[in-house]
Design a protein around this ligand. Structure first.
Ligand code: PLP
Length: 359
């Protein structure tokens, strides 16, 4: 509230209100840096993770060398990779458990690769990637490593320094901060190669022009402090609730497969396939249960999740998959309600589908 009401100046101005706003931004920068183990000056504030990912993928001057991106990355990595015209792009496969195929990565790496972008943990399945191992393999080949850590922060320990990551993407609202704010953190070497994708007044030391959203940035900084302290401490409780959800679904709906279940996963994410039940129909049937499918609607055709198909699921199996996220406020009674709503909707949908009803 002080950033809205009292120190509402433009941080680029040198007068009193401006420098007070800049002080608040500096404090937030230090909070973000301390949360991920980098120097405050390595942090560039952006409008969110989408912009940060675009910057890493399209803005890095690789000297003409190509880029490799994980097959299960967020669309804010995949889409800019697709649209980069001057660099070759390769897609690093994952195994059936959703974990990066490290041998595959090694085979794809050569002197012609300048950047590898692989996320820390997947937004749809929660599958955690072996980030330190990936960094080692990428660096052995002389490329830089960008990691979208949006889903990992506050849920699993993540230290940019210890993991040897060159660029990290963060999003404020994924850790309960204000929406429309995020950051890219880049080491000195990576920053030397990073070019802005938004040009103008030269804010953020020329890396990201435009008047910064100070209140959101202040909130983001505080959210980072809370994520580092309380978020991680809360995770064993969320993991237990997540397990309770999955066991409950198996007991009450039956024939449930946990996508990525064989891998290390975030404590708060569950992606389940309920065999024989179209996920979109289950979601409609389970009123009041706020879950999603990984699918994206494009021109009225429902596309299967690219994450699940990269893990080897076919269109039908992906269409039977639901993604459930727990949050810090989630209680046991919420899990009971979700299991009961989803299981009864699944039984209903299965019955209709078995009876040949088109859904
Ligand atoms: N990366 C991952 C892994 C995400 O889950 C998301 C959002 O869902 C994004 C990037 C985009 O984040 P933002 O909404 O801050 O642009």
């Amino acid at each position: 509230m002080p950033a809205f009401e009292i120190d509402f100046g433009n941080p680029s101005s040198t007068h009193g209100h401006g420098s007070a706003a800049m002080d608040m931004m500096d404090a937030a920068r230090a909070q973000v840096a301390s949360c991920i183990g980098c120097r405050a000056r390595d942090v560039v504030f952006t409008s969110g993770a989408t912009e940060a990912n675009n910057m890493a993928v399209s803005g890095l001057d690789t000297g003409g060398r190509g880029i490799l991106v994980g097959a299960t990355e967020h669309s804010s990595v995949l889409e800019p990779a697709r649209s980069v015209k001057e660099k070759s792009v390769g897609y690093v496969p994952v195994g059936p458990d959703g974990v990066t195929d490290l041998d595959g990565l090694e085979r794809m790496l050569d002197d012609d690769v300048g950047l590898v972008s692989i996320m820390a943990a997947n937004s749809e399945t929660g599958v955690i990637q072996p980030v330190a191992e990936i960094a080692r393999i990428v660096h052995e080949c002389g490329a830089l490593f960008h990691c979208d850590a949006v889903q990992a922060i506050g849920k699993i320990p993540f230290g940019m320094d210890g993991l040897c990551v060159d660029m990290v993407t963060l999003s404020s609202h994924k850790i309960y901060g204000p929406k429309g704010c995020g950051a890219i953190a880049a080491t000195r070497e990576a920053r030397g190669m990073l070019r802005p994708i938004i040009h103008g007044g030269g804010q953020e030391e020329g890396m990201r022009s435009g008047t910064p959203n100070v209140p959101a940035i202040v909130g983001f900084g505080i959210a980072c402090d809370i994520a580092a302290a309380e978020g991680l401490a809360d995770m064993p409780k969320q993991a237990a609730l997540r397990d309770m959800f999955e066991e409950g679904m198996e007991r009450k709906a039956g024939d449930v497969i946990v996508n990525g279940g064989g891998a290390k996963r975030l404590p708060n994410t569950s992606n389940i396939r309920i065999r024989g039940a179209l996920a979109d129909a289950v979601m409609v049937g389970a009123r009041g249960v706020e879950v999603s499918t990984g699918s994206a609607c494009s021109s009225s055709a429902i596309e299967p999740s690219h994450v699940l198909t990269a893990m080897g699921l076919d269109r039908d199996a992906a269409g039977e998959s639901i993604r459930v996220s727990l949050g810090r406020p989630t209680k046991e009674r919420d899990i009971d309600a979700a299991v009961s709503g989803l299981a009864s909707a699944s039984r209903f949908v299965r019955g209709k589908m078995a009876g040949g009803v088109a859904l």
